[in-house]
Write a protein that binds this ligand. Structure first.
Ligand SMILES: [Zn+2]
Length: 376
């Protein structure tokens, strides 16, 4: 018997709170949550005083960390550095996110993800391809020279890993319905982003969209006579929206507005973090351009926002300070992203789920992270 446990004054299992309780797991699977007083003497237990144990954070959009940009180090070792840097901020699992790049680099990223998953790289969940199938008018920090509208033939040239969850951000107005259908048949999750679509352009494509990428940022705005992508995203009951909650990309009031508009489970916190997170490094290069931290913002040479300099724990602390209840904030970083990419054995601390948890102190700073049964 190799049961292990962590205990704390509070455990939130994704649904309910447990006071003075312990999370017990065996190998990489959750066994139970029990009162601390019921723990057997032969169980190896680590106690975190004045702490909260919650489902491990899942970040669907991570461009870099620990001084590494995925775009500049498209290897399993680059992924490993990024996952380890984000554990310092409570992230148990993440999707390394490739910013628009060449078809050769996309293939390399798919391969690195497949190899990383085969080698059980701790924290690696799948991959997020953010472009290059985007709209030039909403390019953000991407190099629009790389953008194109792929045909099915072009997509068929990639070797798509069959086991890895794959999230694609695309400007759906640029893709034919047949192409969206093809991606869905490949079990790719489609998120509309870097899109300048009108509501009319989105109308017949909405049923092919699973989500919307970084709501409000790099998408056509909501206006009185034109709902734009923002309006479509807020108005959809089925599609989720990811949102950056650093207080810089989206005004806190717009985060609260989205929280009130979307059905429960359909608003997800992402960091959109870059290489500077979990690192002393304050600048890095993207497509030959210097991006650096100025006043906690990551900006390129024109002063445009280029990703975020924040971890998951601070993102959660922010939304709680803005008025979102703690249990919902925690679900927005764990249960809901797991559901968004159909990882139904993650995002809750329930029996039989993967043993992944985040341990926070009373200020929501990360104390420790459990990833598939290993405590970091
Ligand atoms: Zn983006």
């Amino acid at each position: 018997m190799t049961f292990k446990a962590i205990s704390a004054s509070r455990i939130f299992d994704g649904q309910d709170y447990h006071v003075n309780a312990a999370l017990v797991w065996k190998d990489d699977t959750i066994h139970s949550i029990v009162p601390i007083s019921d723990l057997g003497a032969n169980i190896e237990v680590e106690h975190f005083s004045d702490a909260l144990i919650c489902p491990g954070f899942i970040d669907l959009q991570v461009n870099g960390g620990g001084g590494v940009m995925f775009n500049n180090d498209i290897t399993p070792s680059g992924i490993s550095t990024i996952c380890s840097a984000h554990r310092k901020h409570g992230t148990a699992h993440l999707l390394p996110t490739l910013i628009s790049s060449t078809p050769a680099n996309i293939q390399q990223a798919l391969n690195a993800t497949e190899h990383g998953l085969q080698d059980k790289e701790p924290g690696l969940l799948g991959i997020h391809l953010e472009g290059p199938w985007l709209n030039k008018n909403k390019k953000g920090a991407h190099d629009s020279n790389l953008f194109y509208a792929p045909t099915i033939k072009e997509l068929e040239l990639f070797h798509w890993p069959s086991q890895a969850p794959i999230l694609v951000t695309a400007a759906v107005e640029k893709l034919e319905i047949e192409t969206l259908q093809w991606l869905l048949e490949k079990s790719v999750t489609i998120s509309c982003g870097h899109s300048n679509a009108t509501s009319a352009q989105l109308y017949d494509k909405l049923s092919y969209i699973n989500g919307f990428t970084h709501l409000f940022n790099a998408m056509s705005p909501l206006e009185g006579r034109e709902p734009g992508v923002v309006g479509a995203a807020l108005n959809s009951d089925s599609a989720w929206c990811s949102i950056i909650t650093d207080g810089i990309h989206v005004h806190p009031q717009n985060v609260l507005l989205s929280y009130k508009s979307k059905p429960k489970g359909k608003l997800i916190i992402v960091t959109d973090a870059m290489a500077t997170v979990g690192s002393e490094q304050l600048s890095f290069e993207l497509d030959g351009e210097e991006i650096s931290v100025k006043d906690n913002k990551l900006v390129n040479s024109n002063g445009s926002l280029a990703g975020a300099h924040i971890g998951m724990d601070d993102s959660i602390a922010n939304v709680i300070s803005w008025g979102i209840p703690e249990n919902e904030a925690l679900r927005m970083a764990s249960t809901y992203p797991a559901e968004a990419i159909k990882q139904m054995n993650l995002g809750k601390l329930h029996t039989g789920y993967r043993a992944s948890a985040t341990i926070l102190n009373s200020n929501y700073k990360t104390q420790s992270v459990l990833v598939d049964g290993i405590l970091y």
